[in-house]
Design a binder for this molecule. Structure first.
Ligand code: CA
Length: 243
């Protein structure tokens, strides 16, 4: 089981945290939400207007979007409508944030396709609970500690993987790769996307490094027998069979 010093450092730094994008133009609320979600283990990015939000989502799709209703440049409801009109973001979990005075628009907001609605002021524990509920409904793999895909079972908090009840030993990078795949079973990822998600976009790693670690992950998963769960998609990348 290869485990270099670099890998160990990365394991401490990254644990495939769910990525939340907060779109809000009230700075104090941004800081409050950012602080709390960071503590709960989310990776969090922020945008302060609707246009910036759409650009950021084009670059990297969040696991959950917290979207203020009243925003400069492009209103939250319009951002929501546009995201729902695109195939790539049709199922993106969205929670709208709104001021009390705008509550009459509540139904309109949900008609637009938001998954849930929070009326300001709200408590951070209430927001966290709603986020978890939405994520559990839409992306079960992101909210649960124990995930089962086919004959593979991953205990995310214990960093333990079994296949057909036989323990699979993985290095930290292989674990993060698998953890990322199980969040999006069946979806094909390019080497560049895997690098960004698993190694982080601020780390310089050659794309063939991904092939090396995929090879190790595949070998470890095949040890106990069974079919190869990782599909190589020629000139595109890799995906985990949905089971
Ligand atoms: Ca606002």
């Amino acid at each position: 089981m290869p485990s270099t010093a670099t890998e160990q450092r990365q394991a401490v730094r990254v644990a495939a945290r769910p990525y939340a994008l907060l779109v809000e133009d009230e700075a104090p609320l941004v800081e409050l939400i950012r602080y709390n979600l960071d503590r709960e283990g989310y990776e969090i990015a922020t945008a302060s207007d609707g246009e910036e939000a759409l650009m950021m989502i084009d670059e990297r799709q969040p696991d959950i979007l917290l979207l203020d209703w009243m925003l400069p440049k492009l209103a939250g409801i319009e951002v929501c409508r546009r995201l729902r009109g695109r195939a790539a973001t049709r199922n993106l979990p969205i929670i709208m944030l709104t001021a009390k005075a705008e509550e009459t628009d509540r139904i309109r907001g949900l008609d637009t396709g938001a998954d849930d609605y929070m009326t300001k002021p709200f408590s951070m524990s209430e927001l966290s609970a709603r986020i978890r509920a939405v994520m559990r409904r839409i992306r079960p793999a992101l909210a649960e500690d124990r995930v089962v895909i086919g004959d593979i079972s991953v205990d995310r908090s214990a960093h333990r993987v079994t296949r057909n009840d036989v323990e699979v030993h993985l290095g930290p990078t292989e674990f993060r790769l698998l953890d990322y795949f199980i969040q999006h079973p069946g979806r094909v990822f390019s080497r560049e996307q895997l690098l960004d998600a698993v190694w982080g976009s601020d780390v310089y790693v050659e794309t063939r490094t991904v092939d090396v670690h995929i090879g190790r992950l595949r070998k470890a998963l095949l040890k106990g027998g069974g079919e190869d769960p990782i599909r190589t998609v020629r000139s595109a990348g890799y995906s985990l069979n949905a089971g």
